[in-house]
Each structure stands twice: as structure tokens, then as C-alpha cells.
Write a protein that binds this ligand. Sequence first.
Ligand code: MG
Length: 378
Amino acid sequence: MTTAAVIVAAGRGQRAGGDLPKQWQALLGRPVLSHTLDAIRQVPGVGAIALVIHPDDRARAEALDLSGVTLVEGGATRDASVRAGLEALIPAAPDKVLIHDAARPVLREDVALRVLRALDLQEGAAPALMVTDALWRGDAGLVAGTQDRAGLYRAQTPQGFRFDAILAAHRAHEGQTADDVEVARKAGLSVAIVEGCEDLMKITLPGDFARAEKLMEGRMDIRTGNGYDVHRFGEGDHVILCGVRVPFDRGLQGHSDADVGMHAVTDAIYGALADGDIGQHFPPSDPQWKGAASHIFLEHACALARERGYRITHADCTLVCEYPKIGPHASDMKREMARIMGLDPDRVSVKATTSERLGFTGRGEGIAAVATATLVRP
Ligand code: MG
């Protein structure tokens, strides 16, 4: 099963005030839309993302983190924009698609997962909240009547559909609709209601920005973990440090490839997740890890972080040794670590120090490494 997403960001939303359309206004220092993109990327299983923008916003969109994202220019109506997004996802051949409003940045993974799970049984599924307040009709500032709220829901997004079914529904559809559930229902698709979330508010009015910021700040989880590792020198003609082969007149001993720097960073990530260490996830008693390339461990830790909704925002590693000299290799190490972790190189630091010939590292008996990793769950 593959899942794709369409984020609809082509609207010009005037009610929110400000000089820019609401999805481009700042929320905690960056555009609303960049939070929405991050949230969709965190949904397990979501691969290709089509971001539908207004042609005037192309430069702004290109400044966003667009990993995994195809930019699509929207049409004159919301329906036309969604359709353009769906058409752009055809090469990805997804089974399911989530269609989400750019102005709903506070999307929790559990809501999206409820929608996706419901799609195993129905052609469509969407989150909604039961109306609990009394409903009135108003006229010129006076209550003109009441409305029975039984069976009424407030619709939210992401609305999920089997991809082929909603694509066909949009292709067949003409005219304006409120949302994709309406398009789906007009095509005869059944749409399940799943439990929405009060925090999944749509930024609409000027006061909504402050409310969304409060919700996001309240749940942002920032964690720091540390890692420490030591490997002893033995026979050999090279060492592997932070994924880079460095010629040397000795090697490092260990069960795996003894990449002490990569082990320290991996343990820092496990530490931030409060989930053990390399030895627990890859027991040295298990022969399958003998001589293993350490990127397997680091990739596992990074995948675990992502699975739990964390973004690794920074890793810093210090190698402690007199020899080999690290300086000439440090930028290669930084690049290689960043590549394995799927991060920009400016989020990874590799540096070195000697220990002034003191202690075991000073006597050249081995190499030590310390590392710190910072993880953020928005
Ligand atoms: Mg180790």
C-alpha cells in the first residue's frame, strides 16, 4: 500500500488579514504551510506529496523544504486545484491519498492514521467533530430560530480516498464544492466519518494564528541525547570514522566495523528517544552484526526517530585521539553522516580534539567519541 498526499495551498484567503495569503503568513517564525508540510511528511506511509500553489507564490514555495514534494500550480477553483494535484501524483501510483488544507498546520499523526485505516474498508474517510453547541439561525443580530444539531458534524481535513476513485470523481465533476467529500459523494463513493481533533483548526481569522501557535508550542517536544563510545586500537591499516575510511598504521577493534564516531551519534539518538543503546538493538552476541557497517545502526536509530514523529534537527560528534589526524577528513565525515541521516550537512558537526597525551586516548591505545543529538517533535 502506498499513500500520497495533496496539500491545497492555492487559495487567497482574505479573512485572516495581513499582506499575504494565510498559508504564507508566519507561525512560530516560519510559514504556516511549512508546518503543514512537516506534519504531512510525519504521517507514516506518506510518500509523494503534491503541493498545489497559486502561480504568484512559486518563488515563496521554492524557498520551502521541498523534499518529496512536487509543486503544482492550482486552477481557478478549489476543485480544479485538487484535481491538478491528483493528476500530478499519477506517476507515483498511490493506492490512497490524503487531501489536506494548507491552513490546518496542527495535524496530529493519530488523526491521519484513523483516516488511512478507515480506507481499508471504505472508498473515502474524513475526520469530523460532532456539533455539541446549540445551533441558532441569526438575523440582523437577533436569534431568529434554532437548528437541531442531531447528526451534524464539523468537517476537517485530511480527507482520505482510494486514489483511483477520487481521481475519477474529480475528472467527472464540474462546478464548485465545499470539499472533496462532496466531490466523492456526488460520484457515489461512500465516505466514513472518523474522529477528528479540536486542535486541527483551520486558520481563518486573524486571532487564529495566536491560537495555533499556542497549540503548537504546547505540544512541541524537544529532546537532547548524548552518546559515548570507545574502541581499542589493534592490527590493521585503516580506521573507519564517521563513515569515512582513514588510512592509518593500526585498525580499531570491535564487533562491527568499530566506527566509534557513528556509534556515539547513534547512541545519542537512542538516548533522546529514551530507548536503550546500540547494544540493545543490535546485540554483540548476535553473529549477524559481526563486521557490520555501522550505517545500519545509525539508519535504524534515524528511522525509529522518524517513526515516533521526531525530526533530528542537529547532531554533534567529537572524536578524541592524538592520531590519526581528523582535520583533513572532517568535512567528508560530516557530509557522509548527513547523507546517512538524511539531513542537510549544516545540521551535522564532526570535530576532533586530542587529550593532551593524557589517558588512554593520549597514549594512543584507542579512540573515544562523544556525541549529542537534538530531536524535535512538532
Ligand atoms: Mg562501539
